[in-house]
Design a protein around this ligand. Structure first.
Ligand code: NAD
Ligand code: TYD
Length: 341
């Protein structure tokens, strides 16, 4: 039985990853470590609490003593590192927590793994470390050779973490892997990110705030496809390598907004509010995922239109989940972020 430390397991992608592995009956014991920050939510794992192969620990990846204790207690040999501050807009309001968790936290995790022994260390990174692509050059996409050029405090902190991971491979021969994925969507996505924010605002009868001209492009991938790719990389990736993961599905924010409005029977004029653009807003992301396809035979299984409908339906059916989030601290953030924009 493999014992894998999953950091950030109560977040969006981490909880989906844990659920997929346990539901499939993979022969794993998962040590789920999460600080439960504003976006970490034990409810994301509530259907799995009785599973004896899941051990949840509330704690901070910056706590070196806790990490060493976990290594000793559970004989950890593999790490999948999701834990991060992950929202670009919050990094513009205050970059401090991003440097602390994403950079310092990664360094502490790497040092603990090095001191205690490790067989596989998977760093979950993002396509945002590559910066922005021109919208009039659809032939250009991010490859693993594209130079790092982060534009937001969030992506800068993720790029710094990637550089540390790379350095621990070259200097200490640690068996590390890096993945860089495009924008995910799916169940349990915190409703400050575009898709769940727009869906839940519309379900509440509110408007959706579209930044700038709404023509920024993202390459969206269903979270289950991302998790499948991560499992393939953890099992069969070559140490020291980076793998891009993407949906080959470039779409503008306006187009996504139209699809969501249509699914919920809302009209553009009554529901969309253009708001001041995000500072430094990256124009276009697009992933060339040919390496992971060629080397690990991974390809996305879900069609965007279908999986988006499934996702919207999940938010319709799980109203208590998102309503319990959209209170307290969330409302204060919403006010700072949007009401004085
Ligand atoms: P999320 O914000 O939903 O979850 C992050 C989780 O990390 C939360 O549960 C939070 O409580 C936990 N956490 C934060 N600081 C911590 C700390 N110091 N110690 C322990 N736990 C801590 O994020 P997500 O969307 O699930 O993203 C997971 C990872 O995937 C991140 O590293 C992110 O950069 C990366 N990523 C996300 C996307 C996307 O579209 N969401 C795309 C590519 C890569
Ligand atoms: P987001 O979900 O924050 O992901 P990222 O910035 O990491 O790509 O945003 C996705 C796109 O949606 C991005 O171009 C910004 C835009 N956006 C809005 O137009 N309005 C919003 O309220 C938010 C949160 C995002």
């Amino acid at each position: 039985m493999r014992t894998i430390l999953i950091t950030g397991a109560a977040g969006f992608i981490g909880s989906n990853f844990v659920r997929i592995l346990l539901r499939r009956g993979e022969p794993v014991r998962l040590i789920a470590l999460d600080k439960l920050t504003y976006c970490g939510n034990l409810a994301n794992l509530s259907d799995l609490v009785d599973n004896t192969r899941l051990i949840f620990i509330r704690g901070d990846i910056c706590d070196a003593k806790l990490l060493s204790d976990l290594w000793q207690q559970y004989s950890i040999r593999e790490v999948v590192h999701f834990a991060a501050e992950s929202h670009v807009d919050r990094s513009i309001l205050d970059s401090g927590p991003f440097i602390q968790t994403n950079v310092v936290g990664t360094q502490i995790l790497l040092d603990t793994a090095r001191a205690n022994g490790i067989d596989r260390y998977l760093q979950i990174s993002t396509d945002e470390v590559y910066g922005s692509l021109p919208e009039d050059r659809p032939d250009i996409k991010f490859t693993e050779q594209t130079p790092l050029a982060p534009n937001s405090p969030y992506s800068a902190s993720k790029a710094a973490a990637d550089c540390l991971v790379r350095a621990y491979f070259h200097t200490f021969h640690m068996p590390v892997l890096i993945t860089r994925c495009s924008n995910n969507y799916g169940p349990y996505h915190f409703p400050e990110k575009m898709i769940p924010l727009f869906v839940t605002n519309l379900l509440e009868g509110k408007k959706v705030p579209l930044y700038g001209d709404g023509l920024n492009i993202r390459d969206w991938l269903y979270v289950e496809d991302h998790c499948d790719a991560l499992w393939a990389v953890l099992n069969n990736g070559a140490p020291g390598e980076t793998y891009n993961i993407g949906g080959n599905n470039e779409i503008t924010n306006r187009q996504i907004t139209e699809l969501i409005l249509r699914a919920l029977n809302k009209s553009w004029d009554e529901s969309v509010q253009y708001v001041k653009d995000r500072p430094g807003h990256d124009r276009r992301y697009a992933i060339d995922a040919s390496k992971i396809h060629r080397d690990l035979n991974w390809t996305p299984k879900h069609r965007f239109e279908d999986a988006l409908k499934t996702t919207i339906q999940w938010y319709v059916e799980n109203e208590p989940w998102w309503r319990s989030i959209k209170t307290g601290e969330y409302l204060k953030y919403y006010e700072t972020q949007y009401l004085r924009r």
